[in-house]
Design a protein around this ligand. Structure first.
Ligand SMILES: CC(C)(COP(=O)(O)OP(=O)(O)OC[C@H]1O[C@@H](n2cnc3c(N)ncnc32)[C@H](O)[C@@H]1OP(=O)(O)O)[C@@H](O)C(=O)NCCC(=O)NCCS
Length: 173
């Protein structure tokens, strides 16, 4: 059956266009592997051992993966990716494009991601973070993560130096 044309269609069209291309950032689930290469490019801006596009493609196709992207002006400016097992999840990575770092946009990304994990029945979320990564530590603390352990020399930096990983955990409402 053909859907009747809404009298508000110009307004609806404009809203859809604004969501996709307007300057206001928004968060949406990543449900297919179409953005895998973009995620790999963003990941490579932040980590000494970046994951390639195939790796992201594989992860995005797995049912245990939950991922969200931060969109602005029609492009992915950041993402967060977790793996779920029973009622637990591990945040594997959170990255913003260098051009938008420093503005707190990761708060919104992580908040919506954790809310979706909670809705999916997840109760505990784990992660690892470099002990020297101040913005990430602040971000995680804001969202209820607390240190539960550490792994000395876990991360290798681009200059070959090694640093300690803190393991953190949050309990979702
Ligand atoms: C971690 C990351 C997602 C945070 O993005 P962001 O939203 O731009 O974060 P901000 O730079 O706004 O900083 C977040 C908080 O840390 C604080 N902060 C930033 N640099 C800081 C520093 N050097 N010392 C103390 N606090 C600092 C900010 O003031 C902010 O605090 P607030 O929430 O109280 O305002 C982003 O830096 C990133 O993509 N980094 C590379 C990838 C990465 O390290 N991911 C995390 C590990 S998996």
């Amino acid at each position: 059956m053909t859907r009747p044309i809404s009298p508000f269609w110009p307004f609806e069209w404009w809203l859809a266009w604004w969501d996709a291309w307007g300057p206001e950032p928004y968060v949406a689930p990543l449900t297919d592997s179409g953005q895998a290469r973009t995620l790999a490019r963003l990941h490579a801006t932040a980590f000494a051992r970046p994951w390639d596009g195939h790796e992201f493609e594989r992860m995005l196709c797995e049912r245990s993966t939950q991922a969200h992207a931060l969109w602005r002006a029609g492009s992915v400016q950041g993402f967060v990716l977790s793996r779920k097992v029973a009622d637990e999840a591990e945040i594997l990575t959170v990255v913003l494009s260098p051009s938008v770092r420093g503005g707190g946009l990761s708060r919104r990304l992580l908040r919506e991601h954790l809310a979706a994990l909670s809705l999916a029945g997840i109760r505990h979320v784990h992660l690892e973070v470099d002990e020297g990564n101040a913005p990430a530590l602040r971000l995680y603390a804001r969202h209820g993560f607390a240190k539960v352990g550490e792994r000395t020399g876990y991360y290798t930096h681009k200059d070959g130096g090694r640093t300690t990983a803190l393991t953190m955990r949050a309990t979702l409402a």
